[in-house]
Design a protein around this ligand. Structure first.
Ligand code: HEM
Length: 155
């Protein structure tokens, strides 16, 4: 099994990146829907349409792509550990990557809770908040991708 991970490392890396693209697209789009939702009249047509769009986006794209990203990420960790030794997990670039991962999981959970609130007709944040925080996942992605591609601080 571990040998299989090592032999198919490049394929898993490609699938990992594809899943990341879908996860990021969803995390960037969902708060845009929340911006429109803040301006929608509760119980109105737009409110109803946005509830459906938000539910489908979260359940159909964001949750599955997060799970696939995680599965291939864990496979890459197993393969990497066997190829170059487990110490890579403690290198600055990988710690940076894992902190970014923790942030994205937390943000994902926060957006999922906000969706529940919108579904229940409660809006806990103003439109300004969703506009201001919309780019946070992309900022995290820039830091994470540069960390894994440059492997800064590698020893
Ligand atoms: C969900 C948890 C995640 C885990 C456990 C994980 C783990 C990994 C591991 C072990 C590698 C191989 C590193 C190497 O030796 O080159 C990797 C590659 C990569 N990861 Fe992740 N990752 C996760 C999420 C993400 C996210 C959210 C992004 C982007 C925002 C990302 C972007 C990348 C990229 C671009 C590569 C390829 C790097 C290269 O080949 O140079 N990963 N990931």
């Amino acid at each position: 099994m571990i040998l299989w991970f090592v032999a198919h490392y490049d394929l898993m890396r490609g699938l990992h990146i594809l899943a990341v693209i879908a996860w990021m697209a969803g995390l960037l789009y969902l708060p845009r829907l929340y911006v429109y939702h803040c301006g929608a009249i509760a119980g109105g047509e737009l409110d109803a349409i946005l509830k459906i769009m938000e539910r489908r986006l979260l359940r159909g794209i964001i949750n599955p792509s997060m799970i696939i990203t995680l599965i291939f990420g864990l496979c890459l960790i197993v393969a990497d550990g066997n190829i170059r030794g487990w110490a890579f997990l403690l290198q600055p670039w990988m710690i940076t990557k894992l902190v970014g991962v923790a942030f994205l999981f937390a943000w994902h959970g926060y957006l999922a809770r906000a969706r529940k609130h919108f579904e229940d007709g409660i809006n806990i944040r103003p439109e300004k908040f969703w506009r201001a925080t919309n780019e946070l996942p992309f900022l995290a992605a820039i830091i994470m991708v540069i960390a894994v591609t440059t492997e800064f601080g590698r020893h």
